[in-house]
Design a protein. Structure first.
Length: 357
């Protein structure tokens, strides 16, 4: 008589084997939301909130896709500017000022970050530039350069990325040029020494590293699914030890590297990570949004809270249009552990979230 042996797996393990990239079960974190935090003047409008960040005083900086691009035809090439705007509000939500109005580099807002010295860093997807403003709003440093000509009409923002390297680049697809020539960058971060890390993540598929003065050091990554390869980098963040966390959205994982680009580990089972943020303090946490993509805005949308080793502590929120729901969440500010400010592309708004531990 033939005996058949069956090995029994726990359900969670079986699901992980069958669907390794699917979000795992996580407990719900209770939270409150404020959606009317900011008070806009009558002549100020808000559009898709691509970036939101706070400075050391609690002021809120918003980079939004609003206004309209202006095309001026000169003797040599067309100049496009003005498609996005950068606003500052105080910690009570009162409007303070607009920064960089009609800037040459403001086309399609992608992200804004504040460094430890309260400098404001803007990442613009379509001009392919990273622009540093000092706290007074003066331009201090430029990385990247707007293309010599803009396509009219422009390619759709969700169009597939090109397969070749960046302008002047050689090497595998997505590796880009070994310089600060970007193709649709998405995010920026710094280490304790002030070195700058740029997620050159939509047209290219790499992380570019610069010193504090903007001199190129190195870059790593190309398009693919292997370790140290990427498919649509949506966010980047560093912890206190200088480890680099890269939201590899197309591959449904966060890859973790040393500061020199050496692969260390990956974090999966949290959906398709888009906006990411690491809190300061002695015990740091990683926040990551499983953001609903433009073609499927009614699904996913939750935000995960994790330890830096990838252990999931819980999740909160879901896709939707009501308070405590998210519509393509693109930015998370987590300066305070359980108080987040998030920006949504789909709902044209900012929410202030208070988590209940």
């Amino acid at each position: 008589m033939m005996r058949r042996c069956f090995q029994i797996f726990p359900v969670a393990m079986l699901l992980a084997v069958l669907v390794p990239s699917a979000p795992v079960f996580a407990q719900e974190i209770a939270f409150d939301s404020v959606t009317n935090l900011l008070k806009y003047p009558d002549n100020i409008s808000i559009g898709e909130v691509a970036g939101v960040a706070t400075n050391s005083k609690g002021d809120i900086i918003v980079y939004t896709r609003t206004g309209h691009p202006t095309i001026t035809f000169g003797t040599a090439r067309p100049f496009a500017h003005g498609g996005s705007r950068l606003y500052q509000f105080d910690k009570t939500g009162k409007f303070v000022r607009e920064i960089g109005q009609d800037s040459y580099g403001f086309l399609v807002a992608q992200q804004v970050r504040i460094d430890p010295q309260d400098n404001i860093w803007v990442v613009d997807q379509m001009s392919s530039m990273v622009i540093k403003f000092d706290p007074a709003g003066r331009v201090q440093l430029l990385l990247g350069r707007k293309a010599e000509a803009e396509r009219v009409p422009a390619a759709p923002l969700n169009a597939p990325a090109g397969e070749g390297p960046a302008r002047g680049g050689r090497g595998p697809a997505g590796a880009g040029a070994q310089s600060d020539i970007f193709q649709r960058p998405t995010d920026v971060a710094w280490d304790a020494a002030g070195n700058i890390y740029v997620a050159d993540g939509l047209g290219n598929a790499r992380v570019a590293k610069f010193d504090k003065n903007g001199r190129f050091i190195k870059s790593w990554g190309s398009r693919g699914t292997a370790q140290s390869q990427f498919n649509s980098i949506r966010g980047i963040a560093l912890d206190a030890q200088g480890n680099v966390y890269v939201a590899d959205a197309g591959n449904k994982r966060i890859q973790v590297f040393s500061g020199d680009g050496t692969f260390k580990t990956e974090i999966a089972n949290i959906g398709s990570p888009s906006a990411i943020c690491i809190s300061p303090g002695t015990h740091q946490y990683l926040y990551s949004s499983n953001s609903n993509p433009p073609e499927d805005i009614d699904n996913n949308g939750e935000v995960y809270k994790l330890e830096l080793d990838g252990r999931i502590l819980g999740k909160f929120g879901k896709a939707g249009k009501l308070p405590k729901e998210f519509g393509t969440l693109n930015a998370i500010d987590c300066r305070r552990d359980n108080e987040l400010i998030v920006g949504e592309l789909g709902n044209w708004r900012i929410q202030k979230l208070t988590l209940h531990p």
